[in-house]
Design a binder for this molecule. Structure first.
Ligand SMILES: [Zn+2]
Length: 421
């Protein structure tokens, strides 16, 4: 019997971590962080019998705690090469920003690259005597994977974050997954049904072009990994006129370099290269002031106006009604982005701003919506038992209920719950 312990991301988003133990061997899947005032990690487990760690994707809520575990040379990390490089970029950035509050050093982060055994999609790797892992494309961000673990006769799937539909950047998640006994699934948007992707893209392009045509500047606060590249690809697809400059600020420029280095992990490397070619990289404050003076579209972190250069742009652009601030992802309650959407006022660096610029929201998500989640999950053969994690409590409950309604066994685990499979 294999024992599965849920170490984090139970009824919450952040700090994903799962532990599998069989006899005297164990493996881990993901080990993330929840970035609060003081970072929170998944529960700790003994690592002396650890055969390896599998990582679904680079986002810090899945990868941010790895340096705590990679303390010995004999612990290997299994993920796609794109995930390895993107995780390193994100971890280095997190370290720069919150050094003093992290329980590891820059040297520990460097181990990730050294101890990684690059793993391709669909390749099956034995870990110890009891485990075998296979990665399947999850369609969420470049390099993202679902991790399928075989332990003796049982098979357990960890979906990580996944997107069932193809976007301009990512091919969708693998269809026709093999038979599984247990599925640990994300639940992020179990309560949301999105309009068709093309409709969202068209409305987004319309918001941007309206602003540009009236002489305004568009600020798009966006996550550096995934969303920024998706936006660039949408401009390429809809042929945003070349006279409007698209500026890319912050970490996204490093991420672009990594994505170009791994063309096998995106939907269309040619389209992505064209998208990158037409953007102007912003390196410093001088470039930032030039961008605001000349106008165009500015893609800048942080995604929910939580910080980074987006604050500088916001302060310069918020009081002109010709400009617009276009939000492209769900804005978590309590963030400046959510405040801006609800009240058209926002507190930035402890100062309250009234916003005259136009504020728009287009949900260009890289997760499956409720229909997409069900579409993938209900087709997994073997009548698996489902464990719904990685979502607000209501979303985890909603997904378990939807699965229950079609006669499937589904549960919502609490942190540190363990099951025998
Ligand atoms: Zn993610």
């Amino acid at each position: 019997m294999v024992r599965l312990t849920f170490l984090g991301s139970c009824r919450e988003i952040g700090r994903s971590g799962f532990h599998l133990q069989e006899h005297n061997e164990s493996i881990l899947i993901d080990y993330g962080v929840k970035l609060l005032e003081n970072p929170v990690f998944p529960s700790r487990v003994p690592t002396d019998d650890l055969q390896g760690i599998a990582l679904t994707h680079a986002h810090l809520d899945h990868s941010g705690g790895l340096p705590l575990l990679l303390t010995h040379d004999d612990v290997s990390l299994f993920c796609t090469p794109a995930t390895r490089d993107l995780s390193t970029v994100l971890l280095d950035d997190m370290y720069e920003l919150s050094k003093a509050r992290l329980p590891f050093s820059g040297k520990d982060i460097a181990r990730l690259e050294r101890q990684c055994q690059p793993t391709a999609y669909e390749e099956t790797i034995p870990l110890g005597r009891h485990f075998e892992i296979t990665l399947f494309n999850a369609g969420h961000i470049p390099g993202s994977a679902m991790v399928s673990v075989r332990c003796d006769t049982k098979r357990i799937l960890f979906t990580g974050d996944f997107n069932s539909i193809e976007t301009q950047l990512n091919a969708g998640a693998r269809k026709n997954l093999p038979k599984h006994d247990i599925v640990v699934t994300e639940s992020t948007y179990a309560q949301r049904v999105n309009p068709k992707r093309e409709e969202i893209e068209e409305e987004f392009i319309q918001s941007v072009t309206e602003t540009l045509q009236r002489g305004g500047t568009v600020l798009i606060p966006a996550f550096a990994v995934g969303r920024s590249q998706e936006i660039m690809c949408i401009f390429e697809k809809y042929n945003l006129p070349g006279k409007y400059t698209v500026y890319v600020d912050g970490l996204a420029r490093k991420v672009n370099e990594v994505v170009i280095k791994h063309p096998g992990y995106i939907a269309s490397p040619q389209a992505f290269e064209r998208a990158v070619e037409r953007t102007r990289i912003v390196y410093d404050d001088r470039d930032r002031f030039t961008a605001m003076k000349k106008g165009g579209v500015i893609i800048s972190p942080a995604g929910m106006l939580k910080g980074g250069p987006s604050h500088l742009y916001f302060r310069m652009l918020h009081d002109d009604p010709r400009n617009s601030i276009v939000l492209v992802s769900f804005q978590i309650p309590g963030t400046p982005g959510a405040e801006l959407l609800a009240k058209r006022k926002v507190t930035v660096n402890n100062k309250l701003f009234d916003v005259a610029a136009d504020v728009r929201f287009h949900h260009l998500s890289s997760h499956s919506d409720a229909d997409g989640l069900m579409d993938v999950l209900e087709k997994i053969p073997g009548d698996p038992e489902f464990y719904c994690v990685h979502g607000e409590p209501d979303s985890c409950d909603a997904l378990a209920e939807k699965l229950g309604n079609i006669g499937r066994r589904a549960h919502v685990p609490e942190t540190n719950d363990a099951i025998e499979v």
